[in-house]
Design a protein around this ligand. Structure first.
Ligand code: HEC
Ligand code: HEC
Ligand code: HEC
Ligand code: HEC
Ligand code: HEC
Ligand code: HEC
Ligand code: HEC
Ligand code: HEC
Ligand code: HEC
Ligand code: HEC
Length: 299
């Protein structure tokens, strides 16, 4: 009994190996419709040459199988016979879903692309080639060197915010690529995200805390709207009010504080409650305070 089991153990792998060998032979270029990269070079010398510095030329190094030209362009033996463009897959000319599928066959499991399926951009029929140009060899294979210019070509209204008086430093061009200290993907994952509005964090506040950690620190006297949602008072991209506020102080404060004492209503412009920094003259610790004397957000 033991002996038969032993034999089976040796026999099975042998059968498997034979199957694999047959399968491999079956998949050899000639029969499978694959032509191999050397073939492409005969007619696309330039493309093949510049592709050497593309990260996909090293894809095999990262563990991707069959990572040549045909990993994106599909079996191309028929096309390679005479260059018939009807017989080759060009992701830029396919419908969105089929186009992205070519990329997702390798990138579908990347952490950053986990939420692509059903994301806003996916459901709006954007494909990977809407933002990436694989052959141009730019940073992250993006269609433009300056990432935000890609986004702004469709989201023009955000450019208007970026030009306002108070804004995030999205426009600083501290590097030749035009990338500033921040860019759109500092907050958004264009491939889809857990949070709303493609914001790449559990909540808007968690995203803000990544860079404004001091606003997360526990304080003795909290100002409750702060821990709830920074965007109650701030815009994310830019505003014509100071400090990216959604409205000017005191009006901002009065949207919630109309208790009927000094907070209220029609304040004369020379009133201590309205001039200069207005409410902030006396309540500067607007995000919360540790002042032992009380909860009114003073020093
Ligand atoms: C016999 C010559 C020849 C060979 C071999 C060849 N091609 Fe082409 N290919 C052409 C011609 C001609 C065109 C059309 C003009 C152009 O875009 O350069 C073309 C176009 C293409 C296009 C663009 C199609 C479109 O509709 O936009 C892709 C993609 C392509 N080839 C990929 C490949 C790949 C991958 C290989 C190797 C497996 C390959 N070609 C081998 C001649 C060839
Ligand atoms: C990672 C996927 C990918 C690989 C690998 C790849 N291509 Fe492409 N190729 C594309 C995409 C996507 C386009 C459409 C244009 C674009 O977005 O850059 C394209 C376009 C083309 C074109 C049309 C001309 C043009 O620039 O629009 C040719 C020709 C071509 N590829 C040939 C090749 C050859 C030859 C190889 C192998 C050396 C190769 N491709 C490898 C994705 C790929
Ligand atoms: C055969 C598998 C394979 C296919 C198909 C494929 N990729 Fe990739 N790609 C890789 C590997 C491997 C890397 C390098 C490791 C990584 O970043 O995941 C990579 C890297 C990238 C990068 C990062 C570049 C950088 O500079 O960091 C981008 C962007 C990218 N691929 C886009 C695409 C797009 C768009 C398509 C479809 C047109 C595509 N890939 C198709 C395997 C593939
Ligand atoms: C709306 C624009 C947009 C679309 C559509 C898009 N990407 Fe990207 N992708 C970007 C930007 C911007 C970056 C650079 C992010 C950064 O610098 O961190 C990027 C980076 C990447 C990277 C580099 C790895 C990384 O996380 O840094 C890969 C791989 C990638 N994209 C694959 C894809 C694939 C696959 C698709 C299609 C399913 C796709 N992208 C669709 C904008 C896009
Ligand atoms: C080809 C056009 C196009 C490009 C390029 C593009 N988007 Fe979009 N984006 C859309 C469309 C269409 C929608 C859905 C309609 C809308 O809200 O405007 C959308 C929606 C969004 C949303 C709102 C999500 C929601 O849940 O409402 C954000 C955020 C966004 N895009 C960010 C970006 C970023 C960041 C980039 C650049 C990396 C980018 N987009 C590039 C077309 C584009
Ligand atoms: C500091 C983080 C941050 C940066 C940087 C950023 N965004 Fe946003 N963006 C947000 C937040 C948060 C929202 C959600 C706003 C809301 O729902 O009120 C948003 C919303 C959006 C929307 C949806 C607008 C709407 O009203 O539904 C678009 C489109 C968008 N952003 C595009 C961009 C583009 C393009 C860039 C780069 C030029 C960019 N964002 C940079 C945080 C940011
Ligand atoms: C990727 C880092 C980053 C993220 C994420 C981020 N910020 Fe900022 N924020 C900055 C930088 C950098 C400045 C400019 C600081 C400076 O100039 O001293 C800034 C400035 C500000 C300012 C002051 C603007 C002014 O006119 O002085 C406000 C308000 C602000 N951020 C709110 C937010 C809010 C709300 C969020 C979440 C939606 C957020 N930030 C997310 C980096 C970030
Ligand atoms: C109740 C309204 C309100 C909420 C909610 C709020 N802020 Fe503010 N924030 C302000 C006001 C008012 C100022 C201007 C303070 C000043 O000029 O002294 C300001 C200023 C700022 C500044 C620039 C000056 C500084 O203190 O660094 C940053 C950064 C900032 N807020 C980030 C945040 C973040 C992050 C959140 C969410 C955790 C948030 N704010 C929530 C009202 C608010
Ligand atoms: C979105 C609504 C909202 C906005 C906007 C807002 N607050 Fe508040 N504020 C609250 C809430 C809620 C409390 C805590 C409940 C309470 O005691 O009234 C509070 C508490 C306070 C307190 C402490 C009161 C106490 O007795 O503990 C002060 C002071 C204060 N806010 C000042 C301001 C100022 C100044 C502004 C404008 C820069 C402002 N608030 C904007 C909702 C708001
Ligand atoms: C000249 C200084 C000063 C200015 C300006 C000021 N406050 Fe006050 N505020 C105080 C002091 C002191 C207290 C606590 C003593 C009290 O109860 O009056 C207080 C208390 C509060 C409270 C707690 C509830 C209450 O009525 O006791 C709120 C809310 C508040 N202020 C909001 C505002 C708003 C909104 C503005 C701007 C329209 C503003 N304050 C302007 C000094 C000021």
């Amino acid at each position: 009994m033991k002996k038969t089991a032993m034999r089976m153990k040796l026999f099975l792998p042998a059968v498997l190996a034979c199957c694999l060998l047959l399968a491999y032979v079956g998949l050899s270029p000639a029969d499978s419709g694959y032509a191999g990269d050397d073939k492409c070079k005969e007619c696309h010398e330039g493309v093949v040459g510049s592709f050497r510095s593309n990260i996909h030329a090293k894809a095999a190094f990262y563990g991707a199988k069959n990572a040549g030209c045909e990993s994106c362009h599909g079996p191309a033996a028929a096309h390679a016979e005479a260059g018939d463009t009807a017989k080759i897959r060009n992701p830029a000319k396919l419908a969105a879903e089929a186009s992205s599928a070519a990329c997702l066959s390798c990138h579908g499991k990347d952490k950053g692309r986990m939420f692509w399926k059903g994301s806003v951009h996916d459901s709006q029929e954007l494909s990977c080639t809407g933002c990436h140009k694989v052959h141009d060899n730019k940073r992250k294979l993006l269609a433009k060197a300056d990432e935000k210019e890609i986004c702004l070509s469709c989201h023009g209204e955000v450019r208007a915010s970026m030009l306002k008086r108070s804004k995030h430093p999205l426009r600083d061009s501290s590097s030749p690529s035009g990338e500033g200290k921040m860019t759109c993907s500092s907050c958004h994952n264009p491939h889809g995200a857990r949070g709303e509005k493609l914001v790449d964090a559990k909540s808007f506040n968690d995203k803000c805390y990544e860079c404004h950690a001091e606003k997360k620190a526990p304080v003795l006297w909290e100002h409750s709207p702060v821990k709830e949602d920074c965007l109650t008072c701030h815009t994310p991209h830019g505003s014509s009010n100071d400090k990216m506020l959604v409205a000017k102080v005191p009006r901002l404060c009065q949207e919630c504080h109309m208790q009927g004492r000094h907070q209220t209503g029609t304040l004369a412009t020379n009133s201590v409650f309205a001039f200069n920094r207005s409410c902030l003259n006396c309540h500067p610790m607007i995000h919360g305070s540790n002042n032992p004397s009380g909860p009114v957000l003073q020093r």
